[in-house]
Design a protein around this ligand. Sequence first.
Ligand SMILES: C[S@@+](CC[C@H](N)C(=O)[O-])C[C@H]1O[C@@H](n2cnc3c(N)ncnc32)[C@H](O)[C@@H]1O
Length: 319
Amino acid sequence: MKNELKSMFTEYWKYLAVNAACELEIFDKIFNGQNSSEKLVKSNNWDSRTLMNLIGFLINESYLNVLENNDYVLLEKGNLLRKDNPEGLYYACLNWSGEHLNAWQNLKYSIETGKSTFEQIYQKPYFNYLDEHPEKLINYHKAMFEYAIDDYKELPNIIDFSVHNSIMDVGGGYGAAISLIKKKYPNISCLLFDIDKVIEHVTNESIETVGGDFFIEIPYNADAIILSRVLHDWDDGKANLILQNCFNALPQNGTLYVIENCTDKIQTNLSLLSLNMAVMCQSYERSSMEYKKLCEAQGGAFQESKQLNGLQTILIFKK
Ligand SMILES: C[S@@+](CC[C@H](N)C(=O)[O-])C[C@H]1O[C@@H](n2cnc3c(N)ncnc32)[C@H](O)[C@@H]1O
């Protein structure tokens, strides 16, 4: 038991070592020919001994392999962390260091006060902070896209979207979910709604982009709305406002799809995810009953729920 505890205390070293390798783009460099310690040290002027220890860890944890001639070769995990791998998790890896780590270091403040430690440190809500740091905003959305394109791959197969003429993904980021839907249902008019600074980076021309603020107004554009991993970022007051604007935007009988990590629908314990929401956004992961209550209070009639994957549930409401 003591050994288990002693190992656990320093588990975060592992993530931070991989994060440093990503920040230094070591996986890309090896892939592109700097595939030995000599080449890495010479090309980048890095400290040889420290680099060798990082490489030793990466080999031990199966990110890399060493060939007989001492050249390095990427294994599957290393390949997934290449910055130029469109199906990888490079930005997802970076996402949990920096501000996230600073916020988590102060977790006890959230327990004591119920407030976000992020806001205590940075003096503004997380999304306002991202808004003011263009590079961080881009990296955050690239990370969300990497998660989403994987998490939502079955969404167009689980839901029969062909019953709709038009669908709008509200707070859809770079449009992973709506792009997957458009690919399977090319005749549906697909719209993506997010703040202007996000929308301007979306390049998928088959999707119509709409910039705006979901706390002010969501334009009347589609007969179905998807609200995916949005409500969990906000406390009940703000979540109510977003839902009110969604139901205002929908026509009578329109459909709202809420996709969230519902605490009661899966085997995995979501306490740590919920603590993450607390430190970052002063929010928490809710149960399906809590989401139903929020949606019904704003005029949604619950229809059914479907499991999207091992984490997310799709809750379907009619106006
Ligand atoms: C956690 S991300 C979810 C992104 C995407 N739906 C997904 O599941 O990957 C929350 C999204 O809400 C958007 N958002 C935050 N505040 C907003 C606002 N006031 N108006 C519109 N969108 C907003 C963010 O830009 C971001 O894309």
